[in-house]
Design a protein. Structure first.
Length: 222
């Protein structure tokens, strides 16, 4: 049976969860991205969280059809969805689409949620978003008691490109978690400057080969 917009639309209205999940996956096969975008908007409000998650996860590729509509849809799921996975996916897509208008919502949710996955996704997406106002929130996230959130904050500060982050990141070059040190290398290589260079030189002798190799490669490109 061939996949058509009509067949997908019919499956999206089915009472069978399997049908609706297949329909969302089949949207990826449509060549007409405008039609795909219209269909995905039906699925983002499905009563099942798995369907909503799958639908929202496609918004980073389909949302470019209409950024204003994409912003409305993603903000709604970010704020109102009861499932952390869906909220996290919405945050990811807001960053991928560079929808800087969502910054205030992302910041508010970071402070209001207790879900580490949502916090992680918000912090990670702020680097992609490239909004200068993110600096203070990312600085706050550096002190998180969750290592994954800390690691995401380090990476996003590097992506943000504000050299004020360098002295904030240098202490993490001695963190016992090698993955944090590795991310510090990547961030400092993007930020540059004398202090960053000196820290990269020190990390080039790190006891973990992956960290040392990344630092040496960063120094070569400076």
């Amino acid at each position: 049976m061939s996949v058509t917009p009509d067949s997908i639309k019919q499956m999206l209205s089915s009472d069978d969860l399997g049908d609706r999940l297949r329909a969302v996956n089949q949207i990826r096969e449509l060549e007409d991205t405008q039609v795909a975008f219209e269909l995905i908007q039906t699925a983002v409000n499905d009563r099942n969280a798995r369907v909503r998650y799958s639908a929202i996860s496609q918004m980073d590729t389909l949302g470019g059809q209409n950024l204003e509509t994409a912003l409305t849809v993603l903000r709604d799921r970010l704020i109102n969805d009861p499932e952390p996975d869906v909220q996290a996916a919405a945050a990811d897509c807001l960053g991928a689409l560079k929808l800087t208008e969502s910054f205030d919502d992302l910041q508010q949710l970071y402070h209001n949620t207790s879900e580490w996955l949502v916090k992680f996704s918000i912090v990670a997406t702020l680097g992609e978003l490239g909004e200068p106002r993110s600096f203070d929130l990312l600085t706050e996230a550096l002190t998180s008691d969750n290592g994954l959130v800390q690691t995401a904050a380090i990476g996003s500060l590097g992506d943000l490109g504000d050299s004020q982050a360098v002295p904030l990141l240098i202490p993490y070059a001695k963190n016992p978690d090698w993955q944090i040190r590795y991310r510090v290398v990547q961030a400092l290589s993007r930020l540059g400057g004398t202090e960053a260079h000196a820290t990269l030189e020190a990390l080039a002798s790190d006891e973990i080969e992956a960290v040392a190799k990344e630092a040496k490669n960063s120094l070569k490109s400076v």
